[in-house]
Design a protein around this ligand. Sequence first.
Ligand SMILES: [Zn+2]
Length: 269
Amino acid sequence: MIIDTHCHLISEKYGDLNQLREDSLALGVGHCVTQGTSAYDWEPQLALAARMPDFVSSCLAAHPSEVHAVSDEQLAHMEELCRRHPQAAIGETGLDYFWEAPEGWSDEAFRARQRMFLERHFALAEELGLNISLHTRDKVGLASFEDAFAIARNFPKVRPVFHCFIGDGAQAERIFCELDGLISFTGILTFNKSEHVQAVATWCPADRFMVETDAPFLSPAPHRGKVNIPGRTKFVVDKIAELRGVTSEEIAACTTANAKRFFRLPEGL
Ligand SMILES: [Zn+2]
């Protein structure tokens, strides 16, 4: 059984989530962790996880690209929801310095608000004994990575996963050694010109990586460009198995064990 550790199931791109579940089970993906992004998806996610507990676990947070749209009151409400409803982790949070700030915001003010949210999300994770799903993205350089790294260092009890990892070996080593963190691979691994991230997937210690789709985005080859579903984590698993010269079953087994531990999922899943 494969676990998709990062997707967004509350999306206008999806119609029938029962069908998505059936299609994903048919590809060997038995569970997925859906990540919150903004106030509109928090309560629907909780309802979905309650409706399909065997297939969906929920994480709530404000995505860094959404912090201008989430008020301080809504942030406090999200924290209350996490205290009242079981969560697999806090996510998706992080820092995104790739996109320009929204209208009416300076880059400086927008990034400062992203860092404030990230610190609040780390503090909540620490309070609730949860781990955290992190997004970092830069146009040039590593500023968002370094800034998120510096914040993570202040919360040694919270383990981060750097989701959709596309960094190099040196960054991966720092995540493992200095933060006791993990990385997770998406369908980007199956694209042409992803040799440097394929290299990391080849040597990465077996207890340090997980697999994900980031669905509905980043559909892997041979379905690139289509609306993605959790089931296609299978293609990420197959690619890692090919790179490491082992069976897909072995990669499914170690990534599922890592996901169960990281997200504190029930053993019986
Ligand atoms: Zn995401």
